[in-house]
Design a protein around this ligand. Structure first.
Ligand code: GTP
Ligand code: MG
Length: 205
């Protein structure tokens, strides 16, 4: 699939105020600084669409982008950024959880993990929580340009092994780099397939 148009639509802290038009929607989540906003820019081919920063904690709102006048990409705040302070962390956690649990038109949640790191407790617990709540998700390894192919195979392999301890079947897995475009076509093709499915949300379509 090609992306021919990508427009910022709205930012929210409240899931109830998110766009009500029934469209397929794909959200990007993961620890702060994992590369969510960068991946959205890479996928859409628009560098400044989602705001990125080398300092963690940049995205603090639910951001909707309308793609090809047809479906949404959603940039979410990252989780697990301790420097935010307890109150702000709790607020962000609430925003994320409400969005994930209440947003019926969210067809798939892409969970990003930094390919350089060993499996992190916070990611494993988050993924377990998704399972408990029946949330459809896929796993996206980011920043693959930062390591050799051999090292990447070992690191990402460790993650998948850990997941197999929790899950009988692994979710779809994508290997990406926002720096060199790796994984773009695979991700967009996956979304294209999901877009063909009937939207489960409100029956008023
Ligand atoms: N080399 C490399 N750097 C990346 C990649 N993706 C993101 N980065 C860098 O990682 C930093 C964080 O990227 P963001 O896209 O802002 O991360 P985020 O997950 O949206 O972060 P928050 O909004 O703070 O939760 C930036 O300095 C990016 O340039 C990648 O694939 N390769
Ligand atoms: Mg961000």
């Amino acid at each position: 699939m090609n992306i021919t148009s990508a427009k910022f639509e709205i930012s929210n802290t409240d899931v109830k105020k998110c766009p009500s038009t029934p469209r397929h929607e794909y959200a990007f989540i993961g620890r702060s600084n994992v590369g969510k906003s960068s991946l959205i820019n890479m996928l859409t081919g628009r560098k400044g669409l989602a705001m990125t920063s080398s300092t963690p904690g940049k995205t603090t709102l639910i951001n909707h982008f309308l793609i090809n006048d047809e479906w949404y990409i959603v940039d979410l705040p990252g989780y697990g950024y301790a420097q935010r302070g307890k109150k702000m962390q709790a607020q962000i956690k609430q925003i994320i959880e409400d969005y994930i649990l209440e947003r019926e038109q969210m067809t798939c949640l892409f969970v990003l993990v930094d390919s350089r790191h060993d499996p992190q407790k916070i990611d494993m617990e988050f993924i377990e929580w998704l399972g408990e709540n029946g949330i459809p998700f896929a796993l996206v390894f980011t920043k693959l340009d930062k390591m050799s192919a051999a090292a990447a195979k070992i690191q990402t392999g460790k993650y998948l092994e850990r997941l197999k301890e929790q899950w009988e079947e692994l979710p779809p897995v994508f290997y990406t780099s926002s720096a060199n475009g790796r994984g773009k076509h695979e991700l967009l093709d996956y979304i294209e397939e999901l877009n063909k499915l009937p939207l489960l949300a409100s029956g008023d379509e």
